[in-house]
Design a protein. Structure first.
Length: 138
């Protein structure tokens, strides 16, 4: 039995106070990095730019997105699927508001989970990577 893969671009958004932004999609419980599926004609950073605008009303300069790497984990909302994410680090100092399929946004200290249910990709891969690698060097 093969596992189906969902290819996404995701952002580790860091605010001026060092907190990171997580989002929760409408009708779901787990919080995750903002971002979304990479369309066939897109490079990951292009998909990220489009998704951040659609989901948060956030216009970014794609040249400021620092590539952190590829991460994978079981999908939070699609049983039997694995999410393969191209993850980018961005520092932002702009207001965001949930739009499209995003129901809620939360800023949390990346050293913890903010008391939230986290998607596997966020809780098991991206935030641990950030804590061990980026807090000192990114």
């Amino acid at each position: 039995m093969s596992t189906s893969v969902i290819r996404i671009a995701a952002a580790l958004l860091i605010g001026p106070d060092g907190r990171t932004l997580l989002v929760r999609k409408r009708g779901t419980r787990a919080f995750m990095q903002p971002g979304g599926k990479i369309e066939a004609h897109e490079q990951p950073v292009q998909a990220l730019t489009r998704e951040l605008d659609e989901e948060l009303g956030l216009a970014i300069d794609p040249t400021q997105a620092r590539y952190l790497g590829a991460f994978s984990a079981p999908a939070a909302n699609e049983p039997g699927f694995v999410v393969e994410a191209q993850v980018f680090l961005l520092s932002i100092d702009a207001p965001v508001s949930p739009a499209a399929e995003i129901e809620e946004v939360r800023w949390i200290d990346p050293a913890g989970d903010g008391g939230l249910l986290l998607a596997p990709l966020t809780g098991e891969a991206i935030l641990p990577f950030y804590r061990t690698t980026c807090l000192a060097t990114c």
